[in-house]
Write a protein that binds this ligand. Structure first.
Ligand code: GAP
Length: 462
C-alpha cells in the first residue's frame, strides 16, 4: 500500500491519543506537539529498541545522560554559536518569513521567480528581502542578572555532552578504543519554517552515538576509517528495516555531495525515508574526524586525548556519529505501519501494522460482553498479563468494534474471554481464551496455563 497522506495520520494521531497539537486551548503553538498516552508508549518503545541495539547488545558502547543546560563555551567550541545558522528572507508585502534554502528546494511549492530570476514569496509572489543569517539556538538566561556571562543555550543536539565527557567515561569505565558513547535526549532548534507534523519541530528527541576509534594511518586517505563509516551506515539502515520493520523500498542512503560536507567531515550519509512529500532525512551518519575533541581541547585549554598503552602515545580519537531523530522516527513508524484493507463485510479496516516491539499496547483483554460472569475471569487474565506487557482492558461496545479499535492503534494480540472460558448453565468452563492475531485476524483457543508462553512467542522483543 502507498504511504498515506499526512492528514490521515495527523487525524488518527489526535483521535486515538498518539499526538496532539500543542496548546490548542490557546490557539495552538507553531511546530510543537504533545505526545498523548499512546504516543508516549510508542516513543518509549522506539527509544528502548535503539538503546537495546546500540548499548545493551553491544560490548563496545556505553550510555550517558549529560546536562541539558551547560557551559556556553561548549557551543562556541562546537561551532554552533558562529555557524549554526539558517538563511532567512522576508516577504516585503505580506511579511511572511521563509527559509531560503527550503524555498529554493521547493518545500513551499513551485518556486516563483521575477524576470531577473530572483525567487519570490511563495505566499503572494511579493519581493523578498536579502537573506539574513539566523542562529537556530534558543538562548536562555541563568540567574537574575541579564548580562552576557549569564547567557546559556538550550542544546540543539546531544553530541556535545558526549564529547565533553569523553575523558570521564574513559577513566571511570576503563574503556579502550574503539568504543562508543550513546545518549537519547531532547534537543531544541528555533525552526521558523512551517514544520510537517513532527518531522521538524522546535523541540524534538535525538538518539545519538559517538563512536571513537584510532586515528587513521593516513589522514588524507583514511581508508580504514571510511570502512568503519560504511559499517555503521549498513548497521543503522538494517536497524530501521529489521528492528522497526520499516518497508525497505521506502528507505535509502544518500551520500552528501562534497559541497554539502562540513569542513571537518570526511563524509556524511543520510538514511532517508520516502515521506508523503518525498525523500527526507531520518538519520545522519557523519565521519566527524577528530574535529570535536580537538575543538573542545582548544577552547577549554585542556587537550582531550587518549593514552595508547601499546605505543605509549597520547592521541586524539576520530569519531563516527550516527545521529537519529527519535520523534522523526516515530512519525515514520506511524506512516509506514498505516494500512487500510477491506474487512469481511467490505468495510474499511484501518490497521497500524507495528512490529510488536514498538506497538504501544501489546495485548487487549476483551470479555465477550459486559456480563457479570465474564468479568472476574477477564480481570484475572488482565492482572496476570499487565505486569509483563502493556495491556488494555475493554468491555464496552460490540466485540467487532473493539477489535477494530485495537487494530487502529496497532495492538498485535486480542484476547477474548467468553462463556466457554468460564462455563455456563452449571457446566465448568474450559479455562481457555481466544487469541486473535491483528494482521491475519486468525483466532486460536489457548488454555490459560499456556497463555504466557503463547504470548511470548507472539510478542518477540517485548
Ligand atoms: N549531532 C548531529 C546532528 O544533530 P542533525 O542531522 O542536525 O545532526 C540528527 O540531526 C537528526 O535529528 C536528524 O536526522 C533528524 O532525524 C533529527 N532532527 C533534526 N532537527 C530536527 C527537528 N527540528 N525536528 C525533528 N527532528 C529533527
Amino acid at each position: 500500500m502507498p504511504a498515506p497522506d499526512l492528514e490521515t495520520i495527523v487525524s488518527l494521531c489526535k483521535r486515538r491519543g498518539f499526538i496532539f497539537p500543542a496548546a490548542e486551548l490557546y490557539g495552538g503553538f507553531a511546530n510543537t506537539y504533545d505526545y498523548g498516552p499512546l504516543g508516549v508508549e510508542l516513543k518509549r518503545n522506539i527509544r528502548d529498541a535503539w538503546w537495546r541495539a546500540m548499548v545493551r547488545e553491544r560490548d563496545d558502547v556505553v550510555g550517558l545522560d549529560a546536562a541539558l543546560i551547560t557551559h556556553p563555551r561548549v557551543w562556541v567550541a562546537s561551532g554552533h554559536v558562529a555557524t549554526f545558522n539558517d538563511p532567512l528572507v522576508d516577504c516585503k508585502k505580506c511579511r511572511q518569513r521563509w527559509r531560503l534554502d527550503h524555498l529554493l528546494e521547493g518545500d513551499y511549492g513551485p518556486v516563483k521567480r521575477d524576470a531577473a530570476g530572483n525567487p519570490l514569496c511563495p505566499n503572494d509572489g511579493g519581493e523578498l528581502t536579502e537573506p539574513r543569517q539566523f542562529n537556530l539556538m534558543f538562548k536562555t538566561q541563568i540567574g537574575t542578572v541579564a548580562d552576557d556571562s549569564a547567557i546559556a543555550y538550550l542544546p540543539p543536539e546531544t553530541a556535545q555532552g558526549i564529547f565533553i565527557n569523553f575523558e570521564n567515561v574513559v577513566n571511570s569505565m576503563r574503556r579502550k578504543l574503539p568504543f562508543g558513547i550513546a545518549q537519547t535526549r531532547v534537543s531544541f532548534r528555533n525552526e521558523i519554517t512551517p514544520g510537517k507534523f513532527v518531522f521538524r519541530t522546535l523541540e524534538f528527541e535525538q538518539m545519538e552515538m559517538e563512536y571513537f576509534c584510532f586515528p587513521p594511518k593516513d589522514r588524507e586517505n583514511p581508508a580504514e576509517y571510511l570502512e568503519l563509516h560504511q559499517q555503521w551506515i549498513a548497521a543503522r539502515l538494517a536497524w530501521y528495516r529489521d528492528t522497526l520493520g520499516i518497508e525497505a523500498s521506502r528507505l535509502r542512503i544518500r551520500n552528501h555531495e562534497k559541497a554539502e560536507l562540513s569542513h571537518y567531515s570526511a563524509g556524511t550519509a543520510d538514511i532517508e525515508y520516502l515521506f508523503p512529500w518525498g525523500w527526507g532525512e531520518l538519520e545522519g551518519i557523519a565521519a566527524r574526524t577528530d574535529f570535536d575533541l580537538t575543538a573542545h581541547g582548544n577552547e577549554s585549554g585542556h587537550p582531550i586525548t587518549y593514552f595508547d598503552e601499546e605505543t605509549h602515545q597520547h592521541l586524539v580519537p576520530w569519531v563516527i556519529e550516527p545521529a537519529a531523530g527519535l520523534t522523526r522516527t516515530l512519525a515514520v513508524t506511524l506512516l509506514d505501519a498505516y494500512t487500510e484493507e477491506p474487512d469481511e463485510k467490505g468495510d474499511k479496516r484501518v490497521v497500524l501494522k507495528f512490529r510488536p516491539n514498538v506497538a504501544p499496547v501489546k495485548i487487549a483483554v476483551l470479555p465477550l460482553s459486559k456480563n457479570e460472569t465474564l468479568r472476574p475471569f477477564a480481570r484475572k487474565i488482565y492482572d496476570m498479563l499487565r505486569t509483563s506487557w502493556m495491556t488494555q482492558y475493554d468491555e464496552t461496545q460490540s466485540i467487532g468494534r473493539r477489535y477494530r479499535r485495537q487494530d487502529e492503534i496497532g495492538t498485535p494480540v486480542c484476547i477474548t474471554v467468553d462463556f466457554q472460558s468460564v462455563g455456563e448453565g452449571g457446566n465448568t468452563g474450559d479455562d481457555a481464551v481466544t487469541l486473535r492475531d491483528r494482521d491475519t485476524q486468525e483466532q486460536v483457543r489457548i488454555p490459560v496455563a499456556n497463555l504466557m508462553a503463547a504470548l511470548r512467542e507472539r510478542l518477540p522483543g517485548c
